[in-house]
Design a protein around this ligand. Structure first.
Ligand code: NAD
Length: 315
């Protein structure tokens, strides 16, 4: 592996720049290129970050660039997109974001880029699928942020509830990053003890009904933030850095990124959030959890929704 860890961000809006700011503060790459259809904006953002270098422990090279800069990049992260117009259907938004991705993925591939695509644009599972289709890259090298952030929110809430460090909470949100996502509670653990068993043994101290409330809180989190401040970006920016570090560090970390299923969980050709092993080659493995029949039904429902949305896109 070359020493210079190079990341290109396409789309320097709230999400792209939260990722950039977190990359800088966590010293997570050596070279950072900013691309946006609004070139002036990308240039301003690069200047702003560069002026912080004197206060950071990082020696990053940061500049506004163009698609030719992707040729030797390790990661091209896409956070470019258009916002939903009032009254616009989900499929219309998808169609417009596919048009945006058409102007991005082609030039990135044409540059000779041979690294990993990291997609944040919503609906993220479908936009990752669109990127896979437009690039013809191997599925391991096209990653959506999936339910990585949702799983972090879940671990935080369970940590608060059980008064346990979230790092010792092992639980995932799976499926679509959106309305049909679900939590396989049979696979949620505090250390090595199942959450449901802790509830059952707690003589009413902990109640599985509270898990339903936590499910709702995880699902509604983004909406609540959007209501309060119009958009969410810091959390997703940090989730993207977490994935970036897993790649550069060849960590083989388990993260619920969105990946294309090829027989895992009985599904083929659909992008969804599942526990994946993430390392230098991207998604290096998928962990097939032992879901209950009911959880499997929820997973299939989520995949059906994703499949149907993707199949409506005209390329
Ligand atoms: P934003 O409007 O602030 O930024 C979007 C940027 O994309 C703008 O700077 C715009 O100029 C740029 N852009 C548009 N078309 C382009 C093109 N053809 N080429 C290059 N750049 C182009 O939006 P945001 O708040 O940063 O959100 C970006 C995306 O991230 C949205 O789709 C949002 O829904 C998504 N998001 C995802 C998650 C997640 O968990 N995956 C969380 C939050 C937001």
């Amino acid at each position: 592996m070359k020493d210079n860890r190079k990341v290109v961000i396409v789309g320097t809006g709230f999400v792209g720049m939260s990722y950039a700011y977190a990359l800088l503060n966590q010293n997570a790459c050596d070279e950072l290129v900013l691309i946006d259809i609004d070139k002036k904006r990308a240039e301003g953002e690069a200047m702003d970050l560069n002026h912080g270098l004197a206060f950071s422990g990082s020696h990053m090279r940061i500049y506004a660039g163009d698609y030719s800069d992707c040729s030797d990049a390790d990661i091209v992260a896409i956070a470019a997109g258009v916002a939903q117009k009032p009254g616009e259907s989900r499929i219309d938004l998808l169609q417009r974001n596919t048009a945006v991705f058409n102007t991005i993925v082609g030039p990135v591939v044409k540059s000779g880029f041979n690294g990993i695509f990291l997609i944040a644009t919503n609906p993220v599972d479908i936009m990752a699928h669109v990127t896979k289709t437009l690039s013809s890259f191997d599925r391991s090298k096209v990653i959506g942020t999936g339910t990585t952030l949702d799983s972090a929110r879940l671990r935080y809430l369970l940590g608060e509830y059980f008064k346990v460090d979230p790092r010792n909470v092992h639980a995932f949100v799976m499926g679509e990053h959106g309305d049909s996502e679900f939590i396989p509670w049979s696979q949620a653990y505090i250390a090595t003890k199942p959450v449901m068993q802790i509830c059952a043994e707690s003589k009413g101290r902990y109640c599985s009904d509270n898990m339903k409330a936590i499910t709702q809180e995880v699902k509604n989190a983004a909406q609540r933030i959007i209501e309060a401040k119009k958009a969410t970006y810091y959390g997703i920016g940090m989730a993207m850095v977490r994935i970036t570090k897993a790649i550069f560090g060849d960590e083989s970390s388990v993260l619920t990124v969105s990946t294309m299923l090829d027989g895992e969980y009985g599904r083929h050709g659909v992008y969804a959030g599942v526990p994946c092993i993430v390392g230098r080659k991207g998604v290096e493995g998928i962990i097939e959890l032992s879901l209950t029949d009911e959880e499997m039904e929820q997973f299939n429902k989520s995949c059906d929704i994703l499949e149907e949305a993707y199949s409506g896109i005209k390329f």
